[in-house]
Structure formats: structure tokens, C-alpha cells
Design a protein around this ligand. Structure first.
Ligand SMILES: NC(=O)c1ccc[n+]([C@@H]2O[C@H](COP(=O)([O-])OP(=O)(O)OC[C@H]3O[C@@H](n4cnc5c(N)ncnc54)[C@H](O)[C@@H]3O)[C@@H](O)[C@H]2O)c1
Length: 482
């Protein structure tokens, strides 16, 4: 991979004054993430506190940095990305080209060279060919959960961090599970289908309140823990099983083994990632270990449950019902595609009573879409403006605390380089005659990223630091923010 030397990234002091006077320089325009990761939270708390004025007596306001003359930075947004995200980028002074559809590889190769950032959903493929044509590209935002539409390794080698929004829909999934618990317990799916067919079937046999019943949560992460709180508010007793020890919320209780959870729960719900260990984690043996007449819910990943084994357990009455939102093979488009050609057992599953089937909609709400738009647009502008890679999926996560507004003549060095011995020594030699206020570096695979805030630098110093670091052997891209 050839070295990239940032031709942008340094705004001469003569231009800084006018930039700082634009409305986009309002401290309120500084990115605030809603990512629930600890590091992001600390980052945000710091930034929010320093901006809100609520703790003005203890925290100095932070300086708004500018990587470019704001009229120069261009973003390409494809696949109908939310207007909220467009508004956010425009508020930062970026130029935005917005398109409702995905672009083909050829179209991208032809046009991506003019853009500094791109926002996509799942249909646009960012391949090696596209990345090679993206001579100015600094970052990629996936306005969705997954990132496998991007060649992450090639992007990292080109110095391009990729951001997504993995947890924006946790609440939406947890709420759907609550709805499914009640629906299964009251056989709502069947009653509704009967009424649509003109059949009045008023029954109470086999229908239960959920109050006092036990919910067993497998995987107590973002979704599992949200669900725990909601279920307790419904009067349920909550048990959970996780591979790591986690502080329970409310009165929930962690159990030592999966078997214990299965044997004590009236409802079992899965919230684990797809891993070799979780593939087929619920099969005949586990279903047999569940209470007779209990219910299974899977909104996690399709391969976690062995569906033919589930069908047998439902047919035998071992389970009284199931709700399934995710499947080992899912259709690529909406339409009448959920059939035995897709999965050999589809018709066996759809013919069973008290089985709620949904087309992977656990996280599909307007609120989740809006939060994805906010989170990814803020991650992109935080990288473009401040160099922070917190939340990047293919890059070392590096950030520095903000430069205070009253700290003059500071510059932030953002140096993406190959992960080789001797790089830090070389960079520190270049910075040796300056006061390095703070510095942080981390690596991931072949890529390393160094951020450093340098005090007391003149305009000539900044140009020299930029040119000398950019000329080092391991340099991939160096940007200076002032
Ligand atoms: N249906 C949907 O639309 C939808 C939407 C969002 C997320 N999801 C899926 O839901 C799942 C959970 O998402 P999340 O955001 O809560 O993830 P998370 O990473 O926050 O939590 C996952 C939890 O599972 C635990 N875990 C991992 N392996 C385990 C094992 N073998 N046994 C028990 N626990 C294990 C982890 O320790 C972690 O606490 C993921 O698979 C995600 O892809 C589905």
C-alpha cells in the first residue's frame, strides 16, 4: 500500500480566525456519541460537561478544532441516510452529496476520488478496488449494525477507520421480546389469525399472566440487560446466564450454568453473538432440559437455535410456543421468499400453533434508525474534526481529552502509520524541540495510530511537523488539526 500524505489537515492560522467565526463553530456542534461503550461514555461525559457550562467552575470549555477549510470537506451519503445526519454534517460546515440509492462498484470507483468521507448502509459494497480509487477518503460510516459490506482490512491499511452503530437498537429488541412474552403466554398470534379468518375462539386454557413467572436471559449484554429491567417492571423474576460475571440489574440473578437457567425458566430468551460456541447452542439436549410447557424466544442470531430440534419440541408439547425473529438463511429482499427452498423446514415451522415468526425486525424502529443516524454522523465528524477513533471497528481506538479553548498555539497531530518498530522514536525526534502536552498511541494488527497535542507552535512549526512526519517511512496518513 502506498503512503498517503495529507495535503489537507492543516489550516493556516490566517484562515483559522474566519473559521472560528462561522456558526458551525458553536461549541454545541461538537459531536456527542450515544454509544454505550465505556470509553465513549467517558469521552462524551468529558465533552458534554465541558460544553454544558453545568460544571463551568471546574472544567474549562474545550476548543473547537478544524481539520480543513470547512468549505472543502465533502461527504457522500448513499442509501437514503437520514436527513438528521445530513443536517448534522451541514452544521459542521461540510459539503454533503446525498443520494437515495446504493451505487455500484464502477460508479463508486469513478466518483469516490472527490470525497473525504462516505456514509452507506448495507447495500453499497466498499471493495478493495473502491478503496484504491478513494485518494482523499479519510473515513467510512456504516449507518447500520453490520460492517461486512466494507473490506475492513484494506480500509485499515489505507488509514481509513470504519464506524458503525452496533447498539442503537438494543431497546427496540428488548421491547419486542416483552411483547413476545405476553403474546406467547396469551396465544395472541393464533387468536389474531383465527379472527382474521372469521373464527371466534374465546379460550383461557393454556393462557397465563406473566406476573410471577421466570424469565431466563442467555447473554446479559446491551439487549439482555435492558430486557431484564423491563421484565422486572412486569413482575417477572429474572435469571441470566453469561460467560462473564456481570453485575445484575435490579433483583435479577446470574446463574452458574446454562442447565440451571433452562430448568428454572418459564421463558428462555437468547441474546448472544454468533460465535462458534453459540452456534447450535439450543438443540435437542437443551430443549429437553427446559421446563415442560415453557417458551423459547430467539431474537439474536439465526444459527444459535437448531430449528428442526425446536420443531420436534413444539410438536411433542415440550414447548408451549416460540418466537423467532432470526433464521440461519434469510431472504435478501422483501417478498414471498420464506419457503422450503430457503430453509427445508420452513413449512413445518409455519404450520405450528403458537409460533410467532417475524422477518428480523427486532431492531427495526424509527427510533433505532434515528439513533443510528446520530451516532454514526457524530463518530465521523468527531474523527474528521478531532481525530478520535473511538467506536471504529477496524482501527485502534485512540482519543485525547479536548484542548481547552484558552490554550493558544496548540496543534493536534493525528498520525496513522504501519505498526513497525522505531516509528515512535522517529516521531518523537521530530517533536523533540516542542512541548508535547499529551500523547496516546495504540495499534491493531498492521495499523497503529498516534495522537499528540503539541503546545507553543508557530504556523511555520506546524508546516514543518506535518511535512517531516508525513515523510517518515511508516507513514500512511498524517493530519494536523488546529
Ligand atoms: N433481531 C435483531 O434485529 C437484532 C438487533 C440487534 C442485535 N441483535 C443480535 O442480538 C445479539 C445480542 O446483542 P447485544 O447488543 O446485546 O450484544 P452484546 O455484545 O452487548 O451482548 C452479548 C452478551 O452475550 C454474552 N455471551 C457471549 N457468548 C456467550 C455464551 N456462549 N453464553 C452466554 N453468554 C454469552 C456476552 O458475554 C455478552 O454479555 C447479537 O447476536 C446481535 O447480533 C439482533
Amino acid at each position: 500500500m502506498s503512503k498517503r500524505v495529507a495535503i489537507h489537515g492543516f489550516t493556516p492560522a490566517s484562515q483559522q480566525h474566519s473559521l472560528l467565526n462561522t456558526p458551525t463553530d458553536s461549541p454545541r456542534s461538537v459531536a456527542v456519541s450515544i454509544s454505550p461503550t465505556t470509553s465513549s461514555n467517558l469521552h462524551n461525559i468529558f465533552r458534554q460537561n465541558s460544553l454544558s457550562g453545568s460544571s463551568a467552575s471546574t472544567i474549562r470549555p474545550s476548543k473547537v478544532l478544524h481539520p480543513f477549510a470547512t468549505t472543502e470537506i465533502r461527504l457522500l451519503l448513499l442509501e437514503n441516510i437520514s436527513q438528521g445526519a445530513v443536517a448534522h454534517f451541514k452544521s459542521q460546515g461540510f459539503q454533503v452529496d446525498w443520494f437515495p440509492k446504493a451505487w455500484s462498484e464502477d460508479e463508486l470507483v469513478q466518483k469516490i476520488g472527490q470525497y473525504h468521507a462516505i456514509g452507506i448502509r448495507s447495500k453499497t459494497k466498499i471493495t478493495e478496488r473502491v478503496i484504491k480509487a478513494a485518494s482523499k477518503l479519510l473515513c467510512i460510516g456504516c449507518f447500520c449494525i453490520g460492517t461486512n459490506q466494507v473490506d475492513l482490512l484494506t480500509a485499515a491499511k489505507a488509514g481509513i477507520p470504519v464506524f458503525n452503530s452496533p447498539f442503537s437498537n438494543s431497546r427496540s429488541v428488548a421491547e419486542l421480546v416483552i411483547a413476545e412474552i405476553v403474546s406467547l403466554s396469551r396465544q395472541l398470534g393464533d387468536r389474531s389469525r383465527e379472527m382474521h379468518d372469521g373464527v371466534w375462539n374465546k379460550v383461557s386454557k393454556g393462557c397465563w399472566e406473566v406476573r410471577g413467572k421466570t424469565l431466563g436471559i442467555i447473554g446479559y449484554g446491551h439487549i439482555g440487560s435492558q430486557l431484564s429491567v423491563l421484565a422486572e417492571a412486569f413482575g417477572m423474576r429474572v435469571l441470566f446466564y453469561d460467560v462473564i460475571n456481570i453485575m445484575p440489574l435490579g433483583s435479577a440473578r446470574q446463574v452458574e450454568t446454562l442447565e440451571k437457567l433452562l430448568s428454572e425458566s418459564d421463558f428462555v430468551t437468547l441474546h448472544v453473538p454468533e460465535l462458534p460456541e453459540t452456534t447450535g447452542m439450543i438443540s435437542s439436549k437443551e430443549l429437553a432440559a427446559m421446563k415442560r410447557g415453557s417458551y423459547l424466544i430467539n431474537n439474536s442470531r439465526g444459527k444459535v437455535v437448531d430449528i428442526p430440534a425446536l420443531i420436534s419440541a413444539l410438536k411433542s408439547g415440550q414447548l408451549a410456543g416460540a418466537a423467532i425473529d432470526v433464521f440461519p438463511s434469510e431472504p435478501g429482499a422483501n417478498g414471498p421468499h420464506f419457503n422450503d427452498q430457503l430453509n427445508s423446514w420452513c413449512s413445518a415451522l409455519t404450520s405450528l400453533p403458537n409460533v410467532i415468526l417475524t422477518p428480523h425486525i427486532g431492531g427495526s424502529t424509527e427510533e433505532a434508525q434515528q439513533m443510528i443516524g446520530e451516532e454514526v454522523s457524530q463518530a465521523l465528524s468527531r474523527y474528521l474534526n478531532y481525530g478520535s477513533t473511538i467506536g471504529a471497528v477496524n482501527f485502534p481506538e485512540v482519543d485525547l481529552r479536548a484542548i481547552a479553548a484558552d490554550e493558544k498555539n496548540f496543534v493536534r497531530v493525528c498520525h496513522v502509520h504501519a505498526n513497525q518498530p522505531g516509528v515512535l522514536r522517529q516521531v518523537n525526534e521530530i517533536l523533540a524541540s516542542h512541548n508535547v502536552e499529551k500523547q496516546f498511541s495504540d495499534s491493531k494488527g498492521d495499523i497503529a495510530y498516534l495522537m499528540a497535542d503539541i503546545a507553543d507552535v508557530s504556523e511555520a512549526d506546524i508546516q514543518s511537523i506535518h511535512d517531516r512526519i508525513s515523510a517518515t517511512r511508516a507513514n500512511i496518513i498524517t493530519r494536523l488539526l488546529a
